[in-house]
Design a protein around this ligand. Sequence first.
Ligand SMILES: [Zn+2]
Length: 135
Amino acid sequence: MGTSTDGILAYGVDLQKLDSSDFSDYQNTDECEECSVTDWGVPCGECYGGLEDYVDAVLRRAGITGVGLIRHCSDLSPMYILGSRSFRARRGSPVKIATDTLEVSEEERGAIRLALTVLEQEQQQPAWLLASDWD
Ligand SMILES: [Zn+2]
């Protein structure tokens, strides 16, 4: 197994490094007292396996669908795009992307803006972002 550097084309906003401490109600499953006293196989619903799970749950509760965190950079030093769509190319395997699939509706932009508000992140104009991921 070698390392792979993937290219990621994503529509969204660059949130750079996020830390679970950025979210006051984030609790990791590993640190959840309620889960530790019950059955590990049945999560309490108030804790999360990672930031992606947390953001999915928060946005779902707010009625926002189709927006989530897209992790890039590397496993050891994850960075995030909050976005609605992404394409990934593995090293040596170009991916064809039809230009008409890159059109973005106002509804899609609006969902990202609303997600930024719900997550208490600074408003940014969504755009197609080219990033990389080393895993
Ligand atoms: Zn729990």
